[in-house]
Write a protein that binds this ligand. Structure first.
Ligand SMILES: [Cu+2]
Length: 164
């Protein structure tokens, strides 16, 4: 009886080892996702969507902001670029690459409550939380979030899409 139990235990260990062996060495998780590396020179920019005030440029580094799933984009913004109070359906994680990104929380744009985020800074805007921003000098930010991404302005007059 004891011998039988030992035999079963050995079999389980052998089977576990066999299933590990089927995984290619050096890969983890899905092998379908392609690796992607970018130097700043590799990033290709185009005009940002009309949900953002005119003058911004966008680069999609990973994923698709319009589709379900994680994505990473960058936005290149001119000096004094202002985005009125708004919210997103998913968390927005912002890393400042260069320049100064001035951010405030709430549904009313308030100059005095802006926090200056310089290069290397990070900010998390939780889903559905109203926030706003303005740049000080030309500024590049990186946004990591989960799609489908959307922006809803608190004041329709701040929405560039309603100005058409
Ligand atoms: Cu935002």
């Amino acid at each position: 009886m004891r011998r039988l139990a030992f035999g079963v235990a050995v079999l389980v260990v052998v089977m576990a080892a066999a299933s590990f062996a089927q995984q290619p060495v050096g890969t983890k998780g899905s092998a379908s996702a392609a690796a992607a590396v970018f130097t700043p020179a590799d990033v290709s920019w185009s005009a940002a969507p009309d949900s953002l005030p005119a003058g911004a440029q966008i680069a999609v580094l990973d994923g698709d902001p319009g589709a379900a799933g994680p994505f990473t984009i960058r936005l290149k913004l001119p000096d004094g670029y202002k985005v009125g109070p708004h919210w997103h359906p998913t968390d927005e994680n912002v890393t400042v690459i260069d320049g100064t990104f001035m951010v405030g929380m709430g549904d009313q744009f308030s100059e005095s409550s802006l926090k200056a985020l310089g290069a290397g800074s990070f900010g998390k805007m939780p889903q559905h939380m109203n926030h706003y921003a303005v740049t000080k000098g030309p500024t590049t930010i990186q946004i990591e979030s989960t799609g489908p991404f959307a922006i809803t302005y608190v004041n329709p007059s701040d929405d560039p899409r309603t100005k058409k």
